[in-house]
Design a protein around this ligand. Structure first.
Ligand code: NAD
Ligand code: MG
Length: 389
C-alpha cells in the first residue's frame, strides 16, 4: 500500500481494550474517509460489536460465541452487515480480502484466525503476543510463506521495531525490555500470596484488558514478551534483558556493538503503537499526551526480582528449551490465570502450576505442524487443570 489510498482493515478483537483504542485511532485518522472495514470480531459484548460495525460500516461482524449468533443477527438487522459466529466465523473474518489486520484477540484463541491472516499475506498489526509465544517459528514460517508482514503493537516490541528501522541489524547486541513492575513491584511474597484478582488487575500506568493486567502483576506478561521478542527479532535468549522501569516512559531499548543504546519513549498510551502500526511506513499525527521531561524529572530503574516474579525465570527456561515449551508455558498460564480470576487458586500458585506443567511436559517433541502446537497447548491446559483440582 502506498499509504495514501484507503486502508482496508479487519479488526480481530475489536471490542477489547486494544480493539477500542484501534477504533479511536481510526476515527482520529479520518475514519471512513481513510479506512474501509472488512470485518470486526468480538465475543460476549454484542451491543458494542453491533454499534462498532454500524458506526464504521463494516461488511462483516463476527462473534466468537456461537450461541450469540442470533442476538448479533438481530442487532444488525436491516444494516446490510453480514453476520457470522464461532471459530469458523473468526477464520472467515481473517480470510476476508483486507490488506491490513489488527490481531487483538486475547490469548491462544487468537492464534488460528491470525494464522489465517498470515497465510493469505496480510499486513498484521500484532497485539496478540500469544501467537509468537505458542507457535514461534511455525507462525513465522506461515508469515514468510504467505508473504505477510508483522507490525508489532505490543508497546515494547513496537519500540524496538521503531529503533531498528534503518539500523544495522548485525550490530544489535541485545534488547532491553522495560517492565513497569506492576502493582506488586514493592510487595513482599507474603503480601502477594493473599491478593485477589481485583487488586491484581489495577495496573499503575497502563489501562488494559483484565488478563494482561493480571499478567503484568505476576510479570507473566513480561515473560510472554521475552519469548515474543526472541521470535520477532530473531535473537538468542541471552540477548534479551529485562529492566524494571516504574514510569513506563522508555518503552524498550536496543544495545549495539559500539556500546550505544537507542530507545523509544512516550507516554504510556497504546494508541501510539497502534497508530504507528496502522500508518506504517508513515507516521500519523495523534493527539496522545506529550512527554514533559521537566515534569517527569526522573526515570528510575531496578533489576527484576526473579524470586518474587518466577515468571521471568520460566520464560528463560522455555526459550532455552525451545520446541513447544512456549505453547506449554502459555497454555498452563492461561489455565492458571482463569483459575486465579475465579478465586480457585492464589496469586503465587499461578507460577507454581506453570512450572509443574513445564516439568511434566518437558519431553514433548518439537512441533512439526501447527496441529502439534495446538496439541501441546491442549496438554498443558489439561495438566494444569489436573493440578488445580
Ligand atoms: P481484552 O480482553 O480487552 O479484549 C480481547 C478481545 O478478544 C475482545 O474483543 C474479546 O471479545 C475477544 N475475545 C475474548 N475471548 C475470545 C475468544 N475466546 N475468541 C475470540 N475472541 C475473543 O484484551 P486486550 O487487553 O485488548 O488484549 C488483546 C491482546 O493484545 C492480548 O493478546 C494482549 O496480550 C495484547 N496486548 C494488549 C495490550 C493492552 O494495552 N491492552 C498491550 C499489549 C498487548
Ligand atoms: Mg507490552
Amino acid at each position: 500500500a502506498s499509504g495514501d489510498e484507503k486502508r482496508r482493515l479487519t479488526i480481530l478483537g475489536s471490542t477489547g481494550s486494544i480493539g477500542t483504542s484501534t477504533l479511536d485511532v481510526i476515527e482520529r485518522l479520518g475514519g471512513r474517509k481513510n479506512f474501509e472495514i472488512a470485518a470486526l470480531t468480538g465475543n460476549g459484548n454484542i451491543p458494542l460489536l453491533a454499534e462498532q460495525a454500524r458506526r464504521l460500516g463494516a461488511e462483516l461482524a463476527v462473534t466468537a460465541d456461537a450461541e450469540r449468533y442470533g442476538e448479533l443477527k438481530e442487532s444488525l438487522s436491516g444494516s446490510g452487515i453480514a453476520v457470522a459466529a464461532g471459530r469458523s466465523g473468526l477464520i472467515e473474518a481473517a480470510e476476508r480480502d483486507a490488506g491490513w489486520v489488527m490481531a487483538a484477540i486475547v490469548g491462544n484463541a487468537g492464534l488460528a484466525p491470525t494464522l489465517a491472516a498470515a497465510r493469505r499475506g496480510a499486513a498484521i498489526a500484532l497485539a496478540n503476543k500469544e501467537c509468537l509465544v505458542s507457535a514461534g517459528s511455525l507462525f513465522l514460517e506461515a508469515v514468510h510463506k504467505g508473504g505477510a508482514r508483522l507490525l508489532p503493537v505490543d508497546s515494547e516490541h513496537n519500540a524496538i521495531f521503531q529503533v531498528l528501522e534503518n539500523e544495522q541489524r548485525h550490530a544489535v547486541e541485545r534488547i532491553i525490555l522495560t517492565a513497569s513492575g506492576g502493582p506488586f513491584r514493592t510487595k513482599s511474597l507474603e503480601e502477594m500470596r493473599h491478593v485477589t484478582a481485583d487488586i491484581a488487575r489495577a495496573h499503575p500506568n497502563w489501562s488494559m484488558g483484565l488478563k494482561i493486567s493480571i499478567d503484568s502483576a505476576s510479570m507473566f506478561n513480561k515473560a510472554l514478551e521475552m519469548i515474543e521478542a526472541r521470535h520477532l527479532f530473531g535473537l538468542r535468549p541471552d540477548q534479551i534483558e529485562v529492566i524494571v522501569h516504574p514510569q513506563s516512559v522508555i518503552h524498550s531499548m536496543v544495545g549495539y556493538s559500539d556500546g550505544s543504546v537507542l530507545a523509544q519513549l512516550g507516554c504510556p498510551d497504546m494508541r501510539t503503537a497502534i497508530g504507528y502500526a496502522l500508518s506504517y511506513p508513515k507516521r500519523s499525527a495523534l493527539p496522545v499526551e506529550r512527554l514533559d521531561f521537566a515534569k517527569l524529572a526522573r526515570l528510575d530503574f531496578e533489576a527484576p526480582d526473579e524470586i518474587r516474579f518466577p515468571a521471568l525465570r520460566l520464560a528463560r527456561r522455555a526459550m532455552e528449551a525451545g520446541g513447544v515449551q512456549g505453547a506449554v508455558l502459555n497454555g498452563a498460564k492461561e489455565t492458571a490465570l482463569e483459575a486465579f480470576i475465579k478465586a480457585r487458586i492464589g496469586f503465587l500458585a499461578m507460577a507454581e502450576i506453570v512450572e509443574e506443567v513445564m516439568d511434566a511436559l518437558a519431553d514433548l517433541p518439537a512441533a512439526a505442524t501447527m496441529d502439534d502446537v495446538f496439541a501441546a497447548d491442549e496438554k498443558a491446559r489439561h495438566t494444569a487443570a489436573g493440578l488445580i483440582e
